[in-house]
Design a protein around this ligand. Sequence first.
Ligand code: OAD
Length: 247
Amino acid sequence: MTVERAAELLSAAHSGLAMTGAGVSAESGIPTFRGEGGIWTRYDPVKVASIDAFLEDPAAYWRVSRERGGIALAARPNPGHYALASLEAAGLLVAIATQNTDGLHQDSGCRNVIELHGSSRTVRCLDCGAREARSDVQARLEVEMPPRCKACGGIFLKPTVVLFGEPMPLPAVQEAFALARAADVMLVVGTSLVVHPAADIPLAAVRSGARLIVVNAEPTSFDSLAEVVIHGRSGEVLPEIVSRLDA
Ligand code: OAD
């Protein structure tokens, strides 16, 4: 019933917006941050994923990042990503705002992806600004720790992701909030909605009159605001919704 209702709302959407989090990539093999198997159950984010920790000890950062980076580089989109791409292609979503940095929405064919927390596929030297593909740096990690900038030799090579203590990319945040305020349907998928300001995006949509759909493995604090709540795996639930869209 809830899947049907979600399909009904999305079928009528003119300015739908999706916001995703780590849960949407869980079925691609990338661990989430919180909850069962979450990486923040093993590491303290302030110690391993803050800009201060990175600047103090880039090698310590890379030792943790090496594992997740390797998994993310090898990952492929799952049926949840493809379902979102088909909602966008059908004109029912105008964009996918994501907290993920893995690039899997783009790989699944989504055209308008707003990366709220940056991208882990590129690495930038904080000293000279040179950029490199993450895959090239990843290959060097076995022999060089921390990895050095190929252009200037500096040791502050940082993935172009937002670390704790860093500002979010302003254009992405502004675009996501503008689309949220204009949205008639807001689809939230695979996020615990505890990290701000990303979690404020669906709130802005609801306050401006959007109907909220939440698809998440566990309950979230936004469930009470939603018209449709589906607790399940996005790789299963989203294709089901797509299969029930009005022709
Ligand atoms: P979290 O790990 O906090 O939450 C992921 C959510 O996805 C949880 O509520 C899970 O129940 C749910 N989930 C797990 N598997 C799922 C599946 N197959 N289908 C649907 N839902 C599933 O991840 P985010 O909310 O994305 O920030 O975390 C937000 C931010 O916190 C991240 O972007 C990152 C992190 O620290 C930075 O690095 C700045």
